[in-house]
Design a protein around this ligand. Sequence first.
Ligand code: AAE
Length: 658
Amino acid sequence: MSTTNPQPLWQPDPEQIAQARITEFQAWAAAHHGAPAEGGYAALHRWSVDELDTFWKAVTEWFGVRFSTPYAHVLGDRSMPGAQWFPGATLNYAEHALRAADSRADEPALLHVDETHDPRPVTWAELRRQVGSLAAELRSLGVRPGDRVSGYLPNIPQAVVALLATAAVGGVWTSCAPDFGARSVLDRFQQVEPVVLFTVDGYRYGGKEHDRREVVAELRRELPTLRAVVHIPLLGTEAPDGALDWAALTSADTEPVFEQVPFEHPLWVLYSSGTTGLPKAIVQSQGGILVEHLKQLGLHCDLGPEDRFFWYTSTGWMMWNFLVSGLLTGTTIVLYDGSPGFPDTGAQWRIAERTGATLYGTSAAYVMACRKAGVHPSRDFDLSKVKCVATTGSPLPPDGFRWLHDEFAENGAGLWIASVSGGTDVCSCFAGAVPTLPVHIGELQAPGLGTDLQAWDPSGNPLVDEVGELVVTNPMPSMPIHFWNDPDGSRYHDSYFDTYPGVWRHGDWITITPRGSVVIHGRSDSTLNRQGVRMGSADIYEAVERLPEIRESLVIGVEQPDGGYWMPLFVHLAPGATLDEHLLNRIKQTIREQLSPRHVPDEIIEVPGVPHTLTGKRIEVPVKRLLQGTPLDKAVNPGSIDNLDLLAFYEDLARKRA
Ligand SMILES: CC(=O)CC(=O)O
């Protein structure tokens, strides 16, 4: 593929460039660490990957990272997997996240918004006090460094307090959003065996209350390692028997004590979507996340104390963890707990307006939905504070860039549009926002600093202006320190390093353009990725195939040329069953209840059978490729399929849909 779009859609003016934090950083790094003073971002980026150790040392100095014990080197062993970052150093993530409490005690650290859309502030001093109180209570409950603390919580201030208190103690945080059904939560939490569970009684979404007390009771029964359950009465119910009350644990006026942990001490566990089995439990470190997020939020997103950072997310997605890290740069973060489109599609823009967001992030899918629904954000809302609209979850289609640009331009405003891409695996971005570079339609501005991002062909040759596998050839501090329950590291190794030994292969198709920007073409594996939320097909199979009428099923997600996403569920019925209205409804209801409304497919289609590999794995990727129009002989290796005849059905369907 060749990349066109020679004219930028937007470019920063000289004043914006001069004022960007990354410009100041470059000048400072040139004076103190030999970074190139000239050559702009491209030169800085080259230096950051060529002089990786010096670059990361510079980041820690620029952002004033407080090492309570100094490090021996920046990078001990640099091989992947297993690179050792800042050996010898100790620090604490939460201590850094609460630093602004010293100088800006009465300013808001959090703005909490629910479906009324009225922001409610939590000051830095109040956040710090609650974290201090809760951390002391966790210690008295016996929580020790390395213990797992879990949250079944919406995006509310209590979730941020619980994460920071856990990190202050050196515990390992992990969370699921309350729209996850019990099975999805247990598939995650049972792996990591938490000792504490923070939970709500329910949540509000789309104007309705969703009672989760039965799910919580099931979680308590099925998580035998729990020593304490903390009840947050979002719907106003009493704490169930044996549960502790949130208010009691957070009422003391206690200074937080920040456990000083090794740089590579685990901070949290995030989960992959579990396409081929249980979700991977991905562990990232306190120090690794601290420095990666300082770089990403402070330099790439250009966030600082005067900013307000709103990203529409739930606690079940890494973007929530990324949002919380906005505190590291002294930025006020906006927590929205509610439906993205309630009471109308424009909801998120209204929240951006009411909270004075300066960086507003959302999913590409939401942008496309607004475009379709005829929302006029800049006409109907005062978005004069918004400097950047960022998108992720899936690549923002060219029409999305044009629409955002035109909507703001009609009201005389320029808009920095940052389409960014990374993932749970690094809880960050490989490529995306750079405040000093132009934006071209359909392109991410550039690879991130300290990230040697390349597109490779199957033999490991770098490609420019051609589609290749997204690889990163150097270690990043936020790469997983390990997967949970993977003692020999084989699952970790096989997830990223089995194609190109020693090089991270992410599983996305990308093009690096001749001007150094990046185009993402979608997953090179079969992860479902709908409205920005990654989901595992295995969860869906498990739920659907509990129904006696379903013999087997296959779910895939197909990116559509118009930027949409089509997620059909193919069902092979048990003998005698009929796919009538009743069964269709039961399938949908089962998925909605056991997983979440987001897992409900767009269409349910009866098929004569599900094709497998010879080792019995359903072949999702070849079916997806067929439905994207790839001819059969190119979509699948015939020798690897158990029943080739079955593919004729999918081929036929692809023809009919074309
Ligand atoms: C930054 C991202 O890449 C987020 C995601 O799509 O999971």
